[in-house]
Ligand binder design. Structure first.
Ligand SMILES: NC(=O)c1ccc[n+]([C@@H]2O[C@H](COP(=O)([O-])OP(=O)(O)OC[C@H]3O[C@@H](n4cnc5c(N)ncnc54)[C@H](OP(=O)(O)O)[C@@H]3O)[C@@H](O)[C@H]2O)c1
Length: 263
C-alpha cells in the first residue's frame, strides 16, 4: 500500500519548497491549496522529475465545509498518510481595529482552526494506521507578542504550543509531532500580509524557502521537536524568551510598525 505525505499550502512558498524537498527523497505526495492550476502543474513536474506519485486536492481550508469534505474524502479513500505538513497560513499586518473582521476571521480559520482540525482528523487516521509524523509550520514570531501583526503572531504562538502539547500526547500512539519556526523567508507572504518586502528582503535573518525546507526535512529525520532554521534565528528566539516581556513588546511593536507597507 503506497504511503503519502500530505502538504497544505503546497502551491507556492514554504509549502512548495517542503513538497520538493520530500519529493527529492522519493516520497509520494498529496498537495493541498486553493489554486488548481498551480497544483496541477507542480504535481506534473514533481512526478516527472522524481518518479513519485503526486495527487492534489483543491480546498479553501478557511472554509469549514470544504475542510470537512476534504477530511471525509481522505478517510473514505483509504489512502495511507504517514506525514502531514501543515504549511498553509496567512498573515495580516496593520492596526488590529482597522482590519475588516472577515479578514481576521479567515486568518484564524486557516492558521488556527484548519491546522488543529487536520491534526485531529489525520492524527486519528495515523493512529489507526499504526503511526505517522506531523510537521506544523509556525513562525519565529511565535516566541513574542507582535503588535501590528497581532493575530498572526498569536496564531503562531498557538501553533507552537499546540504542537509541543500534541507531541507529548501522541507519543504513545506512535505519532511524532514537530513544529517549524522559520524567520523571514522571501515568499509572497510579505506582500500579501502588508509588510514592506524591500526592507524584509535585506534582513540578516532571511533564509530561502529551499534552505528552510532542507533544514526542516533533515530535522524531521531526527525527530526534532522544535525546528528553527538558521543560528541567527535561534538566537532571536532565545533572546525573546530571556529579555523582559515589556521590552520585547515595545521593541517588536516599533519594528513591525516601521515595516508596514505604505499601500
Ligand atoms: N514567509 C515568511 O517569512 C514566513 C516566516 C515564518 C513563518 N511563515 C509561515 O509559513 C506559512 C506559509 O507561508 P509562505 O511564506 O509559504 O506563504 P505563501 O507563499 O503566501 O504561501 C501560502 C500557501 O498557503 C496556501 N493558502 C493560503 N490560504 C489558503 C486557504 N484559505 N486554503 C488553502 N490554502 C491556502 C496558498 O495557496 P493558495 O493561494 O493556492 O490557496 C499557498 O500555497 C504561513 O503559515 C506563515 O505564517 C512564513
Amino acid at each position: 500500500m503506497p504511503r503519502y505525505a500530505l502538504i497544505t499550502g503546497a502551491s507556492r512558498g514554504l509549502g512548495l519548497a517542503l513538497a520538493e524537498a520530500l519529493a527529492r527523497r522519493g516520497r509520494n505526495l498529496i498537495l493541498v491549496a486553493r489554486q488548481r492550476e498551480a497544483l496541477e502543474s507542480i504535481a506534473c513536474e514533481l512526478t516527472q522529475r522524481f518518479g513519485i506519485e503526486v495527487l492534489f486536492r483543491t480546498c479553501n481550508l478557511a472554509n469549514p465545509l470544504q475542510l470537512t469534505g476534504l477530511l471525509q474524502e481522505l478517510e473514505e479513500s483509504g489512502l495511507v498518510i504517514d506525514l502531514l505538513v501543515n504549511g498553509a497560513g496567512s498573515g495580516l499586518a496593520g492596526p488590529f481595529l482597522a482590519h475588516d473582521w472577515g479578514d481576521e476571521q479567515r486568518l484564524l480559520e486557516l492558521n488556527v482552526l484548519a491546522l488543529t482540525r487536520l491534526c485531529h482528523g489525520i492524527g486519528n487516521l495515523m493512529v489507526a494506521a499504526g503511526g505517522g509524523q506531523i510537521l506544523n509550520v509556525a513562525s519565529l514570531t511565535a516566541f513574542q507578542p507582535g503588535p501590528w501583526l497581532s493575530s498572526h503572531c498569536a496564531s503562531a504562538a498557538y501553533v507552537l504550543h499546540l504542537s509541543e502539547s500534541l507531541r507529548e500526547e501522541f507519543k504513545d500512539y506512535g505519532v511524532k509531532v514537530s513544529v517549524l519556526c522559520p524567520g523571514p523567508v522571501p515568499t509572497a507572504f510579505f506582500r500579501l500580509t502588508g509588510l514592506d518586502e524591500q526592507r524584509l528582503r535585506h534582513s540578516r535573518l532571511l533564509l530561502s524557502p529551499e534552505e528552510v525546507a532542507l533544514h526542516a526535512v533533515r530535522a524531521l529525520d531526527r525527530d526534532r521537536a522544535l525546528i528553527i532554521p538558521g543560528w541567527r534565528n535561534r538566537l532571536v528566539a532565545s533572546l525573546h524568551r530571556l529579555l523582559p516581556r515589556a521590552l520585547v513588546r515595545w521593541t517588536v511593536g516599533r519594528l513591525y510598525r516601521s515595516l508596514l507597507s505604505r499601500r
